[in-house]
Design a protein around this ligand. Sequence first.
Ligand code: NAP
Length: 450
Amino acid sequence: MRVAIIGSGPAGFYAAEALLKRTDALVHVDMFERLPTPFGLVRGGVAPDHQSIKAVSRVFEKTAARPTFRFIGNVCLGKDVTVDELRQHYHQIVYATGNEDDRRLGIPGEGITRCTPMTVFIGWYNGHPDYRQAKIDLSVSRVAVVGNGNVALDAARILLRAPGELEKTDISGHALEALRNSKVKEVFLIGRRGPNQATFTPPELIEFGEMADLDLIVESNLFSDSVIPETEDKTQQKIVKLLNAFSQRETGAKEKKLHFRFLVSPTEVIAGADGAVAGLKLEKNRLETGPDGTVAVRGTGEIEVLPVGMVLPAIGYAAQPIPGVPYDEKAMVIANENGRVVDPVTRTAIPNEYVVGWARSGPRGQIGAHKGASARVVELMIADGARLETRELPERDAIVAVLAGRNVNSLSFSDWKRLDEVEVMRGARRGAPRDKIVDVEAMLKVLAPS
Ligand code: NAP
């Protein structure tokens, strides 16, 4: 069986691994990636000060070394090659394109200068080529990060961490320079619900407790007024315990501050005279538990304006639609039933097309959780494949010839390994694991025959 996987992030590599490890089927996998570099979220999303999470790319390299695997980088589906063409060259297609768009707050003022989508901010500090020229103005002293998940914590940590520590990571050179000159001293994490509903994970919270030069500020009346009901959930209990401990710490002595604000919803991003963010209007909420146990928020009408110079919404992501691939507008993912791509209206399966990772599930689950999820989709693929008549396909190399005929400069995994070597060498100069090349043209120049 010949399979095209679109996207080289974790979910795509986990699907490739599950396909290539099969003993009951011989599968050839071609993995298409729009950038010259592989690993998707691991390279472009995971925070640079979380290098241990990035170590998973070593597992992906083992998959890439299999003789039945081929990386076809610098090729964009919908631009350099169409879905219909892939349908002709492969028995099955797996979309592993992740979530490259942001969900919107949908409030007035969203989108003004210094109200920056999270994909832009994270892409900028991670050296993603799409965001290398983003204007991130760190001349302000106070920033609001909206959301109570791990992405909000990542953004807050990068803004508050000492640049000397970031220097030893693979943060992009331009972000490192900007953070060295940053005037940001205070970050406000804005949660619309309470600590029991926060989706932080405890290790990520503990990290803040260990950061030098950082005051952690949690309203202590949250705990004394028993605003937080008892919960059976062990993780939530841990989160509340950590926040309670933070609330009892001495504050005031440190140069930087992280404020945890709960039960407030942004209602407007306020512009100053220069048109850029000057404040964030917040409405106080109360919680209402429904008969099914879900906890919703109700606005109380009580408003405050938080004087901040930047707003970073970290409220979740959405899959980008791909031309020719069914899209579920409501769920903001590729339309699917358990990983089988379906027509979004009739819900009937599109034969031989599958989706894994965040493009399937939405932005949920840590990287490792998608290993099992991708493997389950592979089970469906194998079951479906066994029932299909074997379809004659063009030669395996024909797709590469099609691309070359269009002057598409497709790249191999060994091309990436050469880039990797150059980046690692550059990084060694500042004691970092790598210093990323952030511009596709510059990458191609490194690879051009001399
Ligand atoms: P998330 O955990 O779903 O958090 C999204 C947050 O946005 C929630 O607090 C949500 O509040 C809030 N929100 C949504 N709409 C809002 C609105 N209109 N106004 C105010 N707040 C709103 O998602 P995430 O932080 O983007 O993370 C995505 C996934 O990646 C998660 O599985 C996460 O654990 C993982 N991740 C892991 C790491 C790590 O391991 N270090 C790092 C980054 C990300 P409600 O709950 O009220 O909806």
